[in-house]
Design a binder for this molecule. Sequence first.
Ligand code: X2X
Length: 341
Amino acid sequence: MLKRIPVILTVAILALLLPTLGFTDSYKKEYKMSVVVGPKLPWGEGATHFADLVRERTDGRINIKVYTSSSLMAGKQTNEFLLHRQGVADFCFASTINWSTTIKPLNLFNLPFFFPDYAALDAITQGEVGAELEGMLHKKGVSVLAWGENGFREITNSKHAITKPEDMEGMKIRVVGTPIFIDTMKALGANPVNMNWGDAQVAFQQGVVDGQENPVVAIEIPVKIWQFHQYATIWRYVIDPLMLTVNNKVMASFTPEDQETIRQAAIEAAEKQRGIVRKGLIAPDLSALETLRSNGMEVTELDAATRNQFRAKTAAVYEKWTEVIGEDLVVKAEAAIKAAE
Ligand code: X2X
């Protein structure tokens, strides 16, 4: 019996030491993931799903904590990319909008009335243009693991139905602090006010603004936008993809097996999240619009001809921002979208 004690002790000491001798030595106790919105929205849930998959599949060696509601950047959502690059956030599930102030080519997705449908979006994110954007981000220190989705951004307001461009005249609309949105709203005759998402929700409540634009399933239904706004117009003026990303230095610190696990988890989580936010928005299943209606909203769906009137009114914005984005990239995207028709 006495002889066995040293054996047991040796085994116990070895067991304690083993993790510190192995590769996990360089792993952090906690990795931080940034998300702009709250945990209960599909966007926040997608991030949590990713973190859970990674934790399970690495037996807890990679522990990602999701910081929702812009908490890693004190509310200032357009700072997210810089903080990610610096390593304040190891991972992000981020909107292209919030990064487009820093990474100008991401304004491709903000071009007014450019993306007609989901096929067009998929042709970009899953095609050559998406790969080019991923390459640009990689050079700046960040890798895109998968594309998720916030969705097509649809306008809601408390004043009157928007059925034609003139209906936008003088309307006070909350937008993200991204210059192209200010240009687009001004071109439509509206009065844009930029605000972070956290402040925006208070502003809707207090009626400080007349309207806002956000995706129906991903944001408007979960925040019950009908509490503040009676009118919605489905105009698909801007698409808002999400990118599930990792800081390059952080990714390089993982073993190749763990990198692969992370990649796979990102693809699965993003695909699931995309499915959730598209549900009810593609004919014949337009149940998401029914949800708005059954909560008392008047929903206007623009036909192609009317949408073209809005597009014509914002043509100068398209032209100005094509230069900022890079004409080559916009021409490539135009061709890919045409091919996807
Ligand atoms: O601020 C917004 O409107 C939101 C939540 O959709 C984004 O982060 C782009």
